[in-house]
Design a protein around this ligand. Structure first.
Ligand code: ZN
Ligand code: MN
Length: 263
């Protein structure tokens, strides 16, 4: 794929003629975040802030366009985001998320976009994004349309994860408002990390099931699922750089060439 040099990548900063000139050939990235408690030290917008900045960095590398980030996500699950019992967590139902994403994808397609990345920043969104994409396909999408759906952390290789955690990567199970997110936010937006509120908390493990309604003591009252105290901006930069490199590679591999029938 030819590297583009456009430095304006946010759709909201483009004029209609600028957008029109690029949308057919450019990849469009749709970041999907959440508004969710992230403990006493990280802001409620952590998922949206991280996924938008990663989308922006990837877009700069690819000459892509970043559509406005969806700031709300599907309901927080106890074992991945603390659950719906916390103040600040502001979620939408599966139906709502499906229809919002479907509507945005259909608009992008109408504008001429044929290569779209749905970049997920909140674990719980996954199957609703899957459904939205299927509704678009079911409605009769253009034959040359390609959509890639990916969670932004997924391309980070295991070796990098092992380097970023002080004692090696423990797995994603309890990573919420913990080492990764604290480190990445320290790298991206140190002004938003309340360092004095970072304290050791978390659980050793959680049962492999959910009970409804959620018991108030199922997860720590802090909303932090595992230790954030050893997070550093350096680890955050390492994870970010690795995620961006990995995403660029996946996107180039999967969307880099347009099917010949198309153009
Ligand atoms: Zn998060
Ligand atoms: Mn989340």
């Amino acid at each position: 794929m030819t590297q583009r040099t456009d430095t304006r990548v946010l759709m909201q900063e483009l004029t209609r003629p600028e957008y029109e000139a690029r949308v057919g050939d450019s990849i469009v990235i749709l970041p999907v975040g959440s508004t969710e408690q992230h403990g006493p030290h990280l802001p409620l917008g952590s998922d949206a802030i991280q996924v938008e900045e990663i989308a922006r960095r990837v877009a700069l590398r690819l000459g892509a366009i970043v559509a406005p980030t969806i700031p709300y996500g599907y309901r927080s699950a106890p074992r991945s985001g603390g659950g719906e019992i916390f103040s600040g967590t502001t979620s939408v139902t599966g139906q709502t998320l499906i229809l919002v994403v479907r509507d945005i994808l259909q608009a992008l397609i109408r504008h001429g976009s044929r290569r779209i990345v749905v970049l997920d920043g909140h674990y719980e969104n996954n199957m609703f994004l899957h459904e939205a994409i299927h509704l678009v396909l079911d409605a009769g999408a253009p034959p040359d349309l390609r959509i890639l759906k990916i969670l932004w952390v997924d391309p980070i290789p295991t070796e990098t994860l092992d380097r970023a955690w002080p004692d090696g990567f423990p797995g994603w199970a309890l990573e919420h408002a913990a080492h990764l997110e604290t480190s990445v936010m320290l790298a991206l937006r140190p002004d938003l990390v309340r360092r004095e509120e970072i304290r050791e908390d978390g659980v050793e493990s959680l049962p492999p099931y959910d009970v409804y309604p959620q018991a108030p003591d199922f997860v720590p009252a802090s909303g932090v699922l595992s230790d954030p105290t050893r997070g550093t901006a350096e680890a955050g930069e390492l994870l970010l750089a690795s995620a961006v490199d990995g995403l660029v590679a996946v996107i180039e591999r999967e969307l880099g060439t347009v099917p010949s029938a198309a153009r």
